[in-house]
Design a protein around this ligand. Structure first.
Ligand SMILES: Nc1ncnc2c1ncn2[C@@H]1O[C@H](COP(=O)(O)OP(=O)(O)OP(=O)(O)O)[C@@H](O)[C@H]1O
Ligand SMILES: [Mg+2]
Length: 326
């Protein structure tokens, strides 16, 4: 097992709104290991983006605030870093590809200028070298005719091209960690495959760690090493991709997998998980999933499940695994 580059402990990020306290991330722990691709999956609103924003200290504040926890990047607790230090880490050491490429790019600057801006932040790089590096970055993400594309404005690019430009920009500081927040959600199916290929390639060519956020469990097998499943601001199960897809343990993960379209079955019906996602303001008692769980027991509505280690490196937060015979 490789060493962790990022260690998250008991992270809680809440939003203090007029309607009440939204517990968007509520006590999560995980390690991102060196050179691995860790996927974070879960339904819309479960806290994936807020987890990523918490790592980079970009939570909208107010109303949001990290109320507890530690986020260690090597031995540095990012939550205790002064703002100028975290600004230096952001982009250069830990970069992020945002969910919405359209709004993350500045409409009044060309793609080339926006990527060069990041490259030029390094004082040793001159104008000519910066241009060369921008072209190389665009080549790395499969941008066609990069020499021409550097002069384009974001609105002149297709969704897929904008996404590539975003990825190139995120790589410009040569980061150790890349957080990709749903990089394939806003693009159509063919482009989705191409974007996934870029990430697979980056995984093998660059020695970086990737935290890949998606609500599509179907795509993680193409890219991920391990998966964390998140539900209502908490992590409910962590496992390697193959273990999780072939032998899911948490009833929520089992339901998510049932919802995957089965391409081998022409008539395969897409199931949806009965019930609705839990309120993060007034969450259910005990296990957050118990109102939707077909295996719920009396204890599930009373006690929050602790982490049960079901096998080496496999943790499941579910009372079903509290008994050895299961
Ligand atoms: N600025 C904010 N103010 C109040 N609540 C917020 C704010 N930002 C996020 N939230 C709440 O935090 C919760 C988690 O949101 P988050 O964006 O992390 O979900 P997500 O898992 O990324 O969903 P999606 O798949 O739709 O992107 C949601 O209930 C959301 O409404
Ligand atoms: Mg999100």
């Amino acid at each position: 097992m490789t060493e962790a580059i990022l260690r998250i402990r008991n992270l809680r990020t809440y939003f203090f709104t007029r309607r009440g306290i939204v517990k968007a991330v509520d006590g999560i722990d995980f390690d991102l290991r060196k050179s691995e691709c860790l996927c974070l999956v879960g339904e819309s609103g479960c806290g994936k983006t807020v987890t990523a924003l918490s790592i980079l200290n970009l939570v909208d504040s107010p109303p949001g605030r990290v109320v507890s926890g530690e986020i260690y990047y090597d031995s540095l607790n990012l939550l205790k870093c002064p703002p100028d230090q975290i600004r230096r880490i952001r982009g250069k050491e830990i970069a992020m590809v945002f969910q919405d490429a359209q709004s993350a790019l500045n409409p009044v600057f060309t793609i080339g200028d926006q990527i060069a801006e990041q490259v030029k932040l390094r004082p040793e790089v001159n104008q000519r070298e910066a241009k060369e590096q921008v072209i190389n970055l665009l080549k790395e993400v499969g941008m066609p005719i990069p020499e021409k594309m550097i002069g384009y404005y974001p609105h002149q690019l297709s969704g897929g091209m904008r996404q590539r430009a975003m990825i190139a920009m995120s790589l410009s500081g040569d980061p150790q960690i890349l957080i990709a927040d749903e990089p394939t959600t806003a693009v159509d199916v063919t482009v989705k495959g191409q974007i996934l290929d870029i990430f697979s390639q980056l995984k093998s060519t660059r020695q970086m760690s990737l935290l890949f956020i998606t609500h599509e469990l179907g795509i993680v097998s193409e890219i991920g090493d391990r998966i964390m499943v998140m539900y209502g601001g908490k992590i409910v199960e962590t496992a390697t991709v193959s273990e999780l897809l072939n032998n899911p343990k948490h009833p929520y993960t089992i339901s998510l997998i049932k919802c995957l379209p089965d391409i081998t079955q022409v008539m395969g019906r897409l199931e949806s998980i009965p019930g609705t996602v839990p309120s993060l303001i007034n969450p259910p008692s005990g296990c957050l999933f118990h109102p939707r769980c077909d295996k719920a027991m009396a204890v599930c509505s009373k006690e929050e499940p602790p982490p049960f280690i079901v096998a080496e490196g496999r943790t499941v937060f579910c009372h079903l695994y509290s008994r050895p015979e299961r």
